[in-house]
Ligand binder design. Structure first.
Ligand SMILES: [Zn+2]
Ligand SMILES: [Zn+2]
Length: 351
């Protein structure tokens, strides 16, 4: 996959000032907003892309990292792009209408409402992918606002009516002797509005399950059991609250060549007996490139040789773990005559 150039994505020069940056983003975000392009995955992808680009370039520290090290630099520093950012930028600029519709309501602002459900999904990657970091596409079953009723729960052509029991206040008052007691309206359960004609596609709950492809960026150095949180990518809230989060649980497949222990990698190498005796420099495949390993003279079977900095990248930190070579010494089973002779000479020397 081609590394992204955020400047290119937004079509701006590298020395763009914040004002022009904002303008460029605004134009593209409106153009590709999912609400303007329903059922157009390409537009949605573009929308995410421009939002991500803006998210990075509008933040001076992220922008500096990107300028210096590119996307990998951001990744290496644990930068995690999430769906919340997309919509929060959008809402900062254009107000809440779009955001609320998509269930990405801003946290803690305005109404206090129930949050959507958190969801969890697993993903398996190779050790190499874990070492370099990777972007993966996930198939997720996700709750979204029902497309038939736009999440209102009312059948098309009808709209929710003000609850007659409570006249829209959501609360009812009972008189008991001298006291008046207020309780939640039993008819509308506090919503203040009732759905007269229920949407046939979502049975009035305003939600539908959709198969979605979601991109997740897995940072270098990730290990089995690590979880990536995509905030706002979980289930939507039925009451206009913020969406739940999606937890991506990573499993790194075993690799026949390396055993992983934290950030260290262990590799077994078999060397000829003469290399063990005399010492040698051997070359073998590391996780990224070929690695040169110095075998000191007198190396014993089972000895461990440490190669610093050739292990796994450290998750969200600089540097890499070490590569440990466990040495096996190859004893020839049926040496050719010439070799046999040499061994015989060696034995005679010992006598
Ligand atoms: Zn519906
Ligand atoms: Zn009511």
């Amino acid at each position: 996959m081609a590394p992204r150039d955020y400047y290119e994505v937004l079509g701006v020069p590298r020395d763009v000032d914040p004002d022009r940056l904002k303008k460029a983003y605004r134009k593209l975000a409106i153009q590709y907003h999912p609400d303007r392009n329903p059922d157009d995955p390409e537009a949605e992808e573009r929308f995410k892309e421009v939002s991500e680009a803006y998210d990075v370039l509008s933040d001076p520290s992220k922008r500096e990292l990107f300028d210096r090290y590119g996307v990998d630099g951001l990744r290496g520093r644990g930068y995690d792009f999430n769906a919340d950012d997309i919509f929060s930028h959008f809402m900062d600029m254009f107000g809440g209408a779009f955001g609320d519709m998509f269930g990405f309501g801003r946290r803690g602002g305005g109404r206090r409402a129930g949050r959507g459900r958190d969801q969890q999904v697993g993903i398996r990657i190779s050790l190499e992918e874990a070492a370099s970091g990777v972007e993966k596409e996930l198939d997720v079953r996700r709750e979204e606002p029902c497309s038939t009723c736009n999440g209102t729960g009312s059948a098309p052509g009808s709209s929710p009516e003000t609850c007659r029991t409570c006249r829209g206040s959501g609360r009812v008052t009972h008189s008991q002797g001298l006291f008046t007691i207020q309780t939640t309206c039993p008819h509308c359960r506090g919503a203040g509005r009732v759905i007269s004609e229920v949407c046939p596609d979502c049975a009035g709950n305003g939600r539908q399950l959709v198969e979605k492809k979601l991109k997740v960026r897995i940072p270098a150095g990730i290990d089995s059991g690590n979880t990536i949180r995509l905030s706002g990518a979980g289930g939507i809230s039925g009451t206009g609250g913020s969406s739940g989060d999606l937890y991506v649980v990573v499993e790194v497949r075993d690799d026949p060549r390396f055993r992983r222990e934290g950030d260290d990698l262990l590799h077994e190498a078999t060397i000829p007996a003469y290399d063990a005796v005399l010492g040698a420099t051997i070359r073998l495949d590391g996780i990224f490139d070929e690695v040169k390993v110095k075998v000191p003279p007198g190396t014993q079977p089972g000895d461990m040789i440490q190669v610093r900095g050739e292990g796994m990248p450290r998750l969200q930190r600089r540097g890499r773990g070490d590569l440990w070579i466990q040495v096996n010494v190859e004893i020839p089973k049926k040496p050719p005559r010439k070799v046999r002779k040499l061994y015989e000479q060696l034995r005679n020397l010992d006598d």
